[in-house]
Write a new protein. Structure first.
Length: 517
């Protein structure tokens, strides 16, 4: 189960555990229980502060469920399934945090979670191949540690097919709260907090945090552009704060990266980790999992955060990137998580042996089709334009794959669903005008990105497409506010370009501060 390299790494991680943690495995029979027991036995073998016990407990779902105990009591963190793959890190962090390792959550979020007075029982349905799922599991695990009113359970959907069918789950992560759907699709800590505020808005009154001193530079966004801007600003000796829903941004969801010069091959997860490590080398205040709701213009700008905090700053660098573009057709939003998806790596396994569609013929669309072809029965690519926009090498691969059909010059019109599940996509042939219906179990939307600029509409000038208009020095229409990366008018949305633009924006902000002081 665990190789020597992982076991040695675990020994290092657990060497400084402050409190003993017991893994409680439920009793009973299940084809996977012996494998789970062997897995957990290896985990606890790395430290004298870890123990494994087997006992029947009403708090555990099935024979392949276990929970974490500290001082003889469950601490609200449960796992149903074998947390391997991407979820192995969720188990390791749960153990370390349960033993006293400091939580990496902003203090304002911690005080907010501690103020929850209602009983909240979360269930997180995941796939071990989903690279976004661990973020959700780990966030809710921390929520449970902060507040005894909160419990959370990771559930491997692959081991609970009856439960998946009962709840009509077709995408992960899928989060339930007290038995009702709470959130699904691409979720992060910030979105979980936002949705939690709708459940218990009074918790905003519990936030107690000392206000930051006036900042020289406040960077909004934690992707390649934002991280570069923050590091360059800190290297100038400026007071810097970085505010982001998550470090890494869209890059964190990228599986393979082969065009970052000097780095022949990496992944989004690895690059995000490297960016975080580089940030940690500098005196930068990082406020992750938070959102800027609005900005007040002026000589000193005021940023109003989703937690109610206000930060004053001499300059602002906008690096908020972009999000997946939606089709905007009937039936799309209503069926997100029930057949409509945006991440083929996360949700592809749910459509094994079924027919699916990919809408979009650019690089991301053709890459998604090639990826899905290895899992599903057949993939149909729908492209609006007469020609595909993807690189020729990808087009050649797709056209030679017998499991991929490509339809060009077609317009998607409506997502059809029955009994809570997608069954077809209606589309129009743009040449003949004929209407068609393609029977499908899933639709993966890959039609590009939309700038995350809504919160600065009216603060700085935007194009009709929502991009922030900047000049050659990353200056916006508002003095002291700069912008960089995918949210701007700079062409060619690439990681290496975003990093360079972030550095440029920082240098421009520094020059502005010097001249205005």
């Amino acid at each position: 189960m665990l190789n020597n390299e992982l076991i040695n790494a675990l020994k290092t991680y657990t060497a400084n555990m402050q409190h003993a943690v017991t893994l409680v495995l439920n009793t009973g029979d299940h084809p996977k229980r012996d494998e789970l027991k062997q897995f957990l036995t290896q985990v606890v073998s790395v430290s004298d502060n870890l123990n494994l016990v087997e006992k029947q407990s009403p708090e555990l779902r099935s024979p392949i469920s276990f929970g974490l105990e500290v001082d003889g009591k469950f601490n609200g963190i449960f796992f149903s399934g074998i947390p391997g793959g991407h979820e192995f890190s969720s188990l390791v962090l749960a153990i370390l945090h349960s033993s006293g390792t400091t939580l990496k959550l902003d203090e304002s979020i911690q005080s907010l979670i501690k103020g929850v007075s209602k009983k909240l029982k979360f269930e997180v349905f995941i796939s071990l191949s989903c690279h976004n799922c661990p973020d959700v599991v780990q966030s809710l695990n921390q929520f449970a540690l902060l507040n005894p009113n909160i419990t959370t359970e990771m559930i491997d959907g692959g081991l609970y097919p009856e439960l998946i069918a009962e709840r009509n789950i077709q995408g992960v992560p899928s989060v339930y709260l007290n038995g009702e759907i709470f959130a699904n699709g691409q979720i992060d800590t910030g979105k979980l907090v936002d949705k939690l505020l709708t459940v218990d808005p009074e918790i905003l009154n519990n936030i107690k945090q000392e206000a930051l001193p006036q900042q020289d530079v406040t960077v909004i966004g934690g992707g390649p552009a934002g991280v570069a801007a923050a590091i360059y600003s800190a290297r100038k000796g400026l007071k810097v704060t970085l505010i982001a829903d998550r470090i890494g941004g869209q890059v964190k969801d990228t599986v393979g990266i082969e065009n970052l010069i000097s780095v022949p091959k990496t992944t989004g997860t690895e690059l995000t980790g490297n960016m975080q490590s580089h940030l940690d080398d500098y005196d930068i205040t990082i406020k992750e999992h938070l959102r800027v709701d609005r900005i007040e213009k002026g000589t000193i700008k005021k940023l109003h955060l989703s937690t109610g905090e206000v930060i004053e700053s001499k300059t602002i660098i906008l690096a908020t990137g972009a999000k997946w573009r939606e089709l905007g057709v009937p039936g799309e939003k209503e069926n997100i998580g029930n057949g409509v998806a945006y991440c083929p790596h996360c949700d592809g396994p749910f459509f094994k042996g079924k027919d699916v569609a990919v809408v979009g013929g650019g690089n991301s669309g053709i890459e998604a089709a090639l990826d899905l072809a290895g899992m599903v029965n057949h993939v149909t690519v729908f492209e609006f334009m007469p020609d595909l926009k993807a690189d020729q090498v990808l087009i050649d691969k797709a056209q030679s794959n017998p499991k991929i059909t490509i339809l060009k010059n077609v317009a998607s019109k409506e997502v059809i669903a029955e009994n809570g599940k997608v069954t077809a996509l209606d589309y129009t042939d743009r040449v003949t005008g004929e209407q068609h219906r393609q029977a499908l179990a899933g639709i993966f939307v890959q039609i590009g990105l939309v700038p995350n600029s809504g919160f600065v509409d009216g603060v700085v000038d935007l194009t009709k497409h929502g991009e922030i208009i900047i000049d050659a020095k990353s200056q916006t229409s508002e003095p002291g506010i700069f912008a960089c990366g995918d949210v701007t008018t700079v062409p060619y949305k690439q990681i290496v370009i975003a990093m360079g633009e972030g550095a440029k924006a920082s240098l421009s902000a520094f020059d502005y501060i010097i001249r205005e002081s």
